[in-house]
Design a protein around this ligand. Sequence first.
Ligand SMILES: [Ca+2]
Ligand SMILES: [Ca+2]
Ligand SMILES: [Ca+2]
Length: 421
Amino acid sequence: MRTSLLLIVLLISSLGHAQNLQNLLVNPGNNLGSTEGWTQDNPFGGSWFNSNGINGGSAWASSPVWNYKWQLIDLVAQGFTPAYLDSSPVIRFAQQYNKYEVPGMANDQWSITVALLDESQQEITNYSYSDFCGADGWQLFKGYFSSYPAGVRYVKFTHGGREYGESAGSAGGASLDDSFLSVGNLVLYGSANTASLSGWDVVNGGDGWSFAGNSEFVSSYDECKLSQQIDLTALGYSGGVSGDDYSINFAMDYRGVGPSFNDPVSVVLTFLNSNGDVVDATTLNGVGAEAFQELTFTYSDFANVAEVLLDISAQDIEYWLGNYGAKVSNIRLWLESQSTDSTDELEASLNESNAVLFPNPSASKFTLKCDQDMDRRAIEIRSLDGRLVRKVSPDFVNGKAATIDLSGLTSGTFYITYFVD
Ligand SMILES: [Ca+2]
Ligand SMILES: [Ca+2]
Ligand SMILES: [Ca+2]
């Protein structure tokens, strides 16, 4: 008779933090005045052309017929380790869209498709949406992936537009601006690489925010603010998260702008539980210098957080007209899985099955011994929510002992199921 046995294993491996938590798309807001960085796909003819964008910049308008363009992002080349990607970090995407010409007409259509691909660039899953532009003016569309299967190594971001039956002389389909794609970062548009304030609630003190270096927000002589509400429940963390499972991490780069570089920055993080009650708040203060510095914060001692309010303030230490206040960039808020001490549960399970697993925890290799003959079927590794993370073929030492190599898995607690005759 075959029986499956359940063990709990604590596995420690390093995730690394070299990954790029920023907008992974290049030329995301037509900053370059062209389609550089994008591959055009215009199956019915026509082409993309420059149109008026957000904040007085440029956008792209499509043609009377459906036009598309896309970017393929190699996540490993961006610094994400396979182990990190297999932990299914949130993938956020966003797109600004607007109709082109003829105020009051709602006929232009737009589309977005974000596909998650494996190492052979075969699709694992995708999100696809298409609609009429509707109301006049720019509108922000946003979405996300979480809890997706392991194995994602590429993301293909495609958007499209067309006109829908307008009269001659207005023949431009939907305008698109400020495309966005990030892996792991819970903040939308954490850098100013779109040269707009998309995704933020904004206070423009003095002469208001401006943009520099293709990624920096630059403040002015009165207090400038950027705020964002990050709803974890709406990002797939149903009911919020616990400090036992996740730490909440924040980081931001900042520097001053001359002639006086000691410009002040301040960040307030407010944490709310799933009832909407404030459970904690922290304020981080920085004084600018000529070089970039980093403000960081890690929060792990909490019972339940379902929402984070991020408020960033910056200004000039002196009263100079224009933008000589502190610059901020690379704004990141992310969750990190906490290692769980499962020693007690492990011992209980092992006692029931008369099995031993050692060394435990381990970075990669375990030896499993039990007092029954093991089956040679693949051993299944599942996350605590039951998702199949990996199947491994045990390297049998003899019928009652096997070596299991779990190299490359994200640090965490897993169920291991093996089979005995
Ligand atoms: Ca733009
Ligand atoms: Ca049109
Ligand atoms: Ca200054």
